[in-house]
Design a protein around this ligand. Structure first.
Ligand code: DPP
Ligand code: ZN
Length: 872
């Protein structure tokens, strides 16, 4: 099997000047005619073959400049079409293929979802529609004609603007869409179906009116309202914050039920997984609303960062994804609470990206080889990619960053470009040398920063020593030091900020230290008292920090730091250490627990903090986070037991107080997804989680809340908390939930997600029964990921069982899913990346399951690559 290398990049010898597509969509099959106007590049030698990509295609006919081609002039198979000796001038190539969208369960290319024809082309789906130069650096204008039976598909959509439509005989009708913007094939989209819609409009900053539409299956229109609201706010925000205006007269979104990604930024026609569009209070949680707002914004923002400026090749994926995640994080921060959003994003980074970066699937944000590009739509490319852009913003400052982004849009509009070009823009706009910084893109692994400090009262000097190391990752035995921006402050004994008269040893710009070597020592002069350092404020770099701060120092920060992120992080650090130590046999002292409890209670009682922040502060780290902190020879049973016992020790003496606070947070307000209400609910549900894990009274409170709930946020929280703690009510609540919402697939996902997190020994048998039930929709990615994805990622006790039952349950499911949808199968398999952190018997049981998978089955390229990287 072939590995693709970045170093082999070369432009295509031929250019595609324009594309005309004609789709005839019929119930049983779809005929696609493509007219490609093609020309050789200036430096292409006459006689150079033209090789077009295909995937599971079969050529019906082929013509060149209107004349059918003789057999000797071309060669075609399922995966390619070669013109042996194309004309050395501009020519028109016409091909025809017939597709079977109904049978396309990979959900790449043209397929059918609940009767609707739709497409997914990123990264390499367009070659499943027609023979083409299917790579992001081939840009062309597209004109699309489509016809379909009007009864099955009254709605016909494609990229760009509608330029013609009308009736044909035999109940058929047609539409013609033209996209004036040059685009790579991965941004092509087409939708044909019987859909309802909601419409609105947005007037851009230059006064142009853009028609907005969101399409869905009939009956769901009202549930698209929050998505529309999010879209309009996104359009306004991108004008305000980045000066970016929308460029077409229409912007359409279509929600479909079967979708591999969350959503797709096709030019002018975004296609969305319906879980990121539909919302009403009875069936969607606050987290769902938050997710809809974020992803609607993300795909919209791609119009500039991704579509107008795209990637030269797929190695550059984080050029568009890291930057666009940064933009959506900033949007949410501006729309809601910045500190709360920051904590949320860091929590996500730590639970998903750090484990990837510290395990067998580690890769640089800009990888240099792959076997299957679909395996690189990872949290490293997305979330670490966003952290890298955030560090650039931190280093350059707000104005400097905006100036650089303006230059990026000005210089590269219309380009398919690279990470190098992106960095160069930031260098040119700021006058800084960012060559060392660029290593963040090129090297895998999470840096560990160790900190020691000392204070000399006699000379009033404070010394801070910072050193960085990065453990080896696959293929990268040695690491270069990175340029790490460290935002900091010094805090005096009374809790207020301390100044200094001079500092030496490293570049310090205001509250920012630029750590560029393996180790630096800073000396602060004129420091009146021994300070406590607050480091990496706002999580200014994606690193792990190891300090010599005592628990008392950390709890001091939790009370007094002016940086909300570090207040939260100090509490996380304390509880993570207590659980990890206990899991490894080092019991905590009564004093330790009392001090932590007092800090948590002070946070809860602090009238100046908002509810959403308090909820985050009271959240005790998940078992997976603690396991990752321990890092090796982890026994998840011991971690779970230690976590449970810490929760009991923390909560039981104050259960009455917490229950009182829980009761006081009840509200009879009409549901709104706004940040204030959502924060109140999350604090109340956080208290419920504490009470359920750490006291006797929680289980019945949860059951009462489940019955009394008037919205999905509260009902789901009550069920999920009961299931995770496997209370005596849990099983009954699961049953009731399933009956109450029977027939709603997105609510079924919630049931599947919660079910998969039950820690009891029967969970695997129950999941097996669910999965093999005749009516389980085995081709739907959302259903499969809800059940299996949440099991591998969030149920360490059962997934990593010593008897191997959890591992085998997953590998057996992967074999079946791989036959239907390799992308979903390989994504689920990535859960095995946890193996190197586990104690030997579990690690060996997991490896045995993987080895059996490899030996006994023929697997897709997607699954094969992930498997080999984990086994290696
Ligand atoms: N649709 C996916 C995203 O927006 C891939 N581009 O991230
Ligand atoms: Zn994206």
């Amino acid at each position: 099997e072939q590995t693709i290398y970045l170093k082999d990049y070369a432009p295509t010898p031929y250019r595609i000047v324009s594309v005309e597509l004609d789709f005839k969509i019929l119930e049983e099959s779809t005929r696609v005619r493509a007219q490609l106007t093609i020309e050789p590049r200036e430096d292409t030698a006459p006689g150079t073959p033209l090789v077009l990509d295909g995937d599971e295609l079969k050529l019906n006919s082929i013509a060149l400049d209107g004349a059918p081609l003789v057999l000797s002039a071309y060669a075609s198979d399922a995966n390619s079409l070669t013109l042996v000796e194309p004309p050395h001038k501009r020519f028109v190539l016409e091909t025809e293929v017939t597709l079977k969208p109904e049978a396309n369960t990979k959900l790449m290319g043209l397929y059918r979802s609940s009767g609707t024809w739709c497409t997914q082309c990123e990264p390499e789906g367009f070659r499943r529609i027609t023979y083409y130069l299917d790579r992001p650096d081939v840009l062309a204008p597209f004109k699309v004609r489509m016809s379909a039976p009007k009864s099955l598909a009254p709605v016909l959509l494609a990229n760009g603007n509608l330029v013609d439509q009308g009736e044909l005989g035999d109940g058929m009708h047609f539409a013609v869409w033209e996209d004036p913007f040059l685009k790579p094939a991965y941004l092509f989209a087409l939708v044909a179906g019987d859909l309802g819609s909601i419409k609105d409009s947005f007037t851009t900053m230059s006064g142009r009116k853009v028609e907005l539409g969101i399409y869905s299956t009939h009956g769901k229109e009202a549930e698209c309202a929050y998505a529309m609201d999010s879209l309009i706010r996104s359009m306004a925000w991108d004008e305000r914050r980045f000066g970016r205006e929308y460029d077409l007269d229409v912007f359409n979104i279509v929600a479909v039920s079967d979708f591999n990604f969350g959503a797709m930024e096709n030019k002018g026609l975004n296609i969305f997984n319906d879980r990121l569009v539909f919302a009403k209070p009875e069936t969607a949680t606050d987290a769902n609303y938050h997710g809809i707002e974020r992803v609607i914004a993300h795909e919209y923002f791609h119009n500039w960062t991704g579509n107008r400026i795209t990637c030269r090749d797929w190695f550059q994926l984080c050029l568009k994804e890291g930057l666009t995640v940064f933009r959506d994080q900033e949007f949410t921060s501006d729309e809601r609470s910045r500190p709360v959003q920051r904590i949320h994003d860091v929590q996500n980074l730590r639970t998903s990206q750090f484990p990837e970066d510290g395990g067998p699937l580690a890769h640089p944000p800009r990888p240099d080889s792959y076997r299957e590009i679909n395996n690189f739509y990872t949290t490293t490319v997305y979330e670490k990619g966003a952290e890298i852009v955030r560090m650039l913003a931190t280093i350059l400052g707000e104005d400097g960053f905006r100036k650089a982004m303006d230059l990026y849009f000005e210089r590269h509009d219309g380009d398919a470009t690279t990470i190098e070009a992106f960095i160069k823009v930031f260098e040119d706009a700021s006058g800084r040398d960012l060559s060392q910084f660029a290593t963040w893109y090129l090297q895998a692994g999470t840096p560990k920063v160790s900190v020691t400090d000392s204070y000399d009262a006699a000379s009033q000097t404070y010394t801070l020593t910072l050193s960085q190391t990065i453990d080896p990752t696959p293929g990268e035995p040695t690491k270069k030091p990175l340029l790490i921006p460290l935002r900091f402050g010094l805090i005096g004994p009374n809790g207020s900020p301390m100044g200094w008269t001079g500092v030496s040893g490293a570049a310090v710009e205001g509250d920012l230290i630029l750590l560029d070597g393996d180790s630096v020592t800073l000396t602060f002069e004129g420091v009146a008292n021994k300070p406590i350092p607050s480091l990496f404020r706002g999580f200014s770099a994606p690193v792990k920090v190891n300090t010599n701060l005592s628990q008392d120092d950390l709890l001091f920060l939790a009370r007094h730091d002016s940086d909300p992120f570090n207040r939260w992080d100090a509490l996380q650090t304390v509880s993570t250490a207590l659980i990890a130590n206990a899991a490894e046999g080092k019991a905590w002292s009564e004093n330790d627990v009392e001090a932590l409890r007092a800090a948590l209670i002070d946070t809860l009682d602090n009238a100046e903090l908002d509810d959403a922040f308090k909820a985050q502060a009271l959240d005790i780290p998940a078992e997976t986070v603690v396991g990752r902190h321990i890092g090796r020879d982890v026994n998840p049973d011991a971690v779970a037991a230690a976590r449970k016992s810490l929760l009991t020790a923390l909560v039981s003496p104050v259960a009455a107080k917490l229950a009182g606070a829980y009761g006081a947070l009840a509200s009879s307000d009409v549901y709104s997804p706004d940040a204030a209400q959502a924060g109140r609910r999350s604090l109340r549900n956080g208290l419920l989680a504490l009470l359920t894990a750490g006291s006797e009274r929680g289980a019945s409170l949860a059951a009462e809340q489940f019955e009394a709930a008037t919205n999905m946020t509260d009902r789901y929280a009550a069920m999920a908390i009961s299931v995770r703690n496997w209370t005596s009510e849990a099983s009954a609540l699961l049953g009731e939930f399933r009956t109450r919402f029977a027939g709603d697939p997105l609510v079924f996902d919630k049931w599947l997600t919660a079910s998969a997190q039950a820690p009891d020994d029967e969970v695997i048998e129950r999941m097996r029964a669910t999965l093999t039930a005749p009516d389980f929709p085995k081709t739907n990615p959302n259903r499969l990921r809800s059940l299996l994805g949440s099991f591998v990622m969030a149920n360490p006790v059962q997934f990593t069982r010593t008897d191997g039952a959890g591992f085998r349950f997953i590998t057996e499911a992967v074999v079946e899913i791989d036959k239907v949808n390799p992308q979903v199968a390989s994504r689920i398999l990535t859960g095995f990346r946890v193996l190197p952190t586990l104690e030997a018997p579990r690690r060996e049981a997991g490896m045995a399951a993987l080895q059996a998978l490899k030996d006994q089955h023929s697997l897709s390229r997607n699954v094969g690559e992930i498997l080999d990287r984990i086994i290696a």
